[in-house]
Design a protein around this ligand. Structure first.
Ligand code: KG4
Ligand code: ZN
Length: 364
């Protein structure tokens, strides 16, 4: 290992992906992905139409050991080569978090190396820096099944939440619309496929919170409007399904465009001297091609540089956890093995109380 270089094992078990990965960080701060193993539990939860926490935790327990060993082997290394272990400590489902944290702590103790408890959202926020040079500050839009938020990323551990959902996450809204239409789980890709063949002007669904001066989101009213439309239609023809999907996706696209215009303005107010700031879009919903068109159009219009990580690093993975660990380790920000899981763990502890805790659940 070269001087100043570190090799970090990352573990991710906060939701329905069991994942392990190794990254290397050199003395100049450049990252290299050495291995990346992800076991998706989608098919195990599909019969229930969503993630069942107990089932997720059991699958994590069953497979994590093997996946961690696989990630070390894939990198062509042994546990003796590790500089530190990083595991997701929150936010997420408690049972799964405990599985990953316990495994990570055990390896760190057995090998007598530092342990890092990582905030899953920080993993998403720092991913672009594993792939490329991406100087602070930049803007993150995270849109997944569990999260919908804008974060201003100013440094390691320095985040400002500029907006969040006040009810459903965006991926969750896609999944619920798919469920209403009988399209199965996960719904996002299926809604997108139907939307391509549909008429986006047929149904005038609401644009939630449009024109409001903040950057928050709300999707439950939109979901209700879709449900009422579907009920009114009665027996659905293929074309009805396609038109509902297209109209829903169009309402989401216009909502995102409205929020983006606002958040870009806020970024400029806070950091007026950054010539071409980056907008990073992460989370499963970033795979949606028509929404990606909105990100491209809006970024170009407002002078931001769009960066969407490749799909496997955009959705949940352990490479981002390992990388967040590498960045923290470089700053000496190691954690105690007594670190407890945090099912709710806002990235930005300053903004969080504004909206209160109970109502927003783990989505914040
Ligand atoms: O980031 P992710 O893989 O997992 C977590 O939620 O943590 O995101 C999954 C979400 C699901 O809600 C899924 O329906 C949505 O991302 N999704 C999409 C698309 N592909 C996945 N939503 C819209 N369009 C897509 N093409
Ligand atoms: Zn995630």
């Amino acid at each position: 290992m070269a001087a100043g270089e570190t090799i970090i094992l990352g573990i991710e078990t906060s939701c329905d992906e069991t994942a392990a990965a190794l990254v290397r960080r050199n003395a100049q701060g450049k990252g290299t992905l050495l291995s990346n193993v992800v076991l998706s539990q989608i098919k195990d939860h599909a019969p229930y139409g969503g993630v069942v926490p107990e089932i997720a935790a059991r699958i994590h327990i069953t497979h994590l050991d093997r996946l961690v060993a696989q990630s070390v082997k894939d990198a062509g290394l042994t546990f003796d080569n590790l500089s530190a272990v990083a595991a997701t400590a929150g936010p997420g489902l408690l049972g799964g978090l405990l599985v990953g944290l316990t495994q990570g702590k055990a390896i760190a103790m057995a090998k007598n190396i530092p342990f890092l408890a990582i905030n899953h959202l920080e993993g998403h926020a720092l991913t672009p820096r594993l792939l490329d040079e991406c100087p602070f500050p930049y803007l993150l839009l995270l849109i997944s099944g569990g999260h919908t938020q804008f974060q201003l990323v100013e440094g390691i551990g320095r985040y400002k939440r500029l907006g969040t959902t006040i009810d459903d996450a965006l991926g969750e809204a896609f999944d619920k619309v798919a469920k209403l239409l009988g399209l199965g789980y996960p719904g996002g890709p299926r809604v997108e496929a139907y939307a391509r063949r549909g008429d986006m002007k047929r149904f005038d669904f609401p644009r939630p919170l449009k024109g409001r001066p903040d950057c928050n989101f709300s999707f439950s009213g939109l979901k209700t409007a879709v449900r009422e439309t579907v009920q009114d239609l009665g027996a659905l023809r293929e074309q009805d399904v396609a038109d509902v999907c297209a109209s829903f996706e169009h309402a989401v696209a216009e909502t995102l465009a409205d929020r983006l215009a606002r958040v870009f303005g806020i970024f400029r107010e806070i950091h007026p001297t950054v010539a071409v700031p980056a907008l990073i879009v992460a989370g499963g919903v970033a795979a949606n091609q028509s929404l990606r068109g909105v990100f491209e159009r809006m970024s170009a219009k407002h002078g931001f540089k769009l960066h969407v990580p490749p799909f496997n690093l955009c959705t949940d993975n352990a490479a981002m956890i390992a990388w967040a660990g590498a960045e923290r380790l470089a700053l000496g920000l190691v954690d105690d093995v007594g670190f407890a899981a945090r099912p709710r763990w806002p990235l930005d502890s300053v903004s969080a109380p504004v909206y209160g805790y109970g109502r927003l659940g783990t989505k914040v």
